[in-house]
Design a protein around this ligand. Structure first.
Ligand SMILES: [Zn+2]
Length: 66
């Protein structure tokens, strides 16, 4: 499971514990981790708030989660 904001869908780093979203103050909720090989192959980038940043495409741009 991973922690995701119900409001802005920010994903919280696995080693962070927060009841409220550091980005928008929304409620955090649990969801199953994405079972994609890519998510395991590329180490997650986490910002100073403990939010997992969106993975970027090799040629630039942000991949929008479905
Ligand atoms: Zn949020």
């Amino acid at each position: 499971m991973e922690r995701i904001c119900a409001n802005c869908h920010a994903v919280l780093a696995a080693n962070k514990k927060a009841d409220w979203c550091p980005a928008c103050g929304g409620a955090m909720t649990d969801r199953p981790e994405l079972a994609e090989v890519e998510t395991k192959a590329v180490p997650a980038e986490v910002d100073h708030r403990g939010i997992v940043l969106p993975r970027r495409h090799a040629v630039g741009g942000i991949i929008t989660p479905q």
